[in-house]
Design a protein around this ligand. Structure first.
Ligand SMILES: NC(=O)c1ccc[n+]([C@@H]2O[C@H](COP(=O)([O-])OP(=O)(O)OC[C@H]3O[C@@H](n4cnc5c(N)ncnc54)[C@H](OP(=O)(O)O)[C@@H]3O)[C@@H](O)[C@H]2O)c1
Length: 234
């Protein structure tokens, strides 16, 4: 797909990986709507990007947004969805474990409602995460969700063809998801990645390049693209 002149909606497009994707799409001439629950936090929107408020768990709001922007060509969701649980599985609060799955329900919502409004030749990209296939201690909730996202995409790709749908799976990425600043932040990322094949945190722009590949390559569907610095090998 040549994205120039195409219309894109990016959920979670106001921060981190989603924002980097919105900027790369806009830089190549796409018209981009970047949405999240609190889009005002983006400050001034980048050129070619407009922002909209929408919670991926709110199906009425989604229907309204899709109807307003139909038909569109590109649908990306990097929206985390809700609170995520970490820690030992046997001690995990079940409400936290369940709310981690808001990411899956949000993705299911955007695909179910959004695909009906997409133009021929359209492409969808969702974001999972390396723990889906190689979990570290304390990651059972996000591992379960990521695995479900990747399985869902493999299952529905044949059903929604000729629309294409793929997943990009990031490793440890330096984004506003981690609130720490300065030395504390650097030390956290250093510790979390020191045993990786590429021992540093990735950049949101590097993951966005994977998302752009999945959008632009018309022969790729139902697959997962890893942008993880070798997490799965470490
Ligand atoms: N950073 C990493 O190391 C890493 C690793 C593996 C996977 N991932 C995955 O990559 C994706 C993006 O992560 P990121 O690091 O870029 O995080 P981020 O900077 O925190 O961005 C998350 C975005 O999702 C939006 N969002 C969250 N819940 C939402 C909801 N219910 N409805 C609509 N928008 C919602 C947030 O905005 P609002 O708060 O305004 O809604 C924000 O724009 C996530 O799915 C994450 O699980 C990240």
């Amino acid at each position: 797909m040549n994205v120039s002149g195409k219309k894109a909606i990016v959920f979670g497009g106001t921060s981190g990986i989603g924002l980097a994707t919105a900027k790369q799409l806009a830089a190549l001439g796409a018209t981009v709507v970047a949405t999240s629950r609190n889009p005002e936090k983006i400050g001034e929107a980048p050129e070619g990007v407009t922002v909209a408020k929408c919670d991926v768990r709110d199906t009425a709001a989604l229907e309204e947004l899709f109807a307003e922007h139909a038909p569109f060509d590109i649908l990306v969701s990097a929206a985390t969805g809700g609170d995520r649980a970490f820690g030992p599985f046997l001690e995990m609060d079940m409400d936290g474990f369940k709310s981690s799955f808001d990411k899956l329900w949000g993705y299911a919502n955007v695909v179910r409602f959004g695909s009906q409004h997409m133009a021929d030749g359209g492409a969808i990209v969702l974001v999972s995460g390396s723990p889906a296939r190689k979990s570290k201690p304390g990651q059972s909730a996000i591992s379960s969700v990521g695995g479900a996202v990747e399985a869902m995409v493999r299952a529905i790709a044949p059903e929604i063809a000729p629309l294409r749908i793929n997943v990009v799976s990031p490793g440890q990425i330096d984004t506003p998801m981690v609130a720490l600043k300065g030395n504390e932040r650097e030390e956290l990322y250093r510790k979390m990645t020191e045993n990786h094949v590429i021992p540093r945190a990735g950049r949101a722009e590097e993951v966005a390049q994977g998302i752009m590949f999945a959008i632009q390559n018309d022969f790729v569907t139902g697959t997962t693209i890893d942008v993880d610095g070798g997490w799965l090998l470490s």
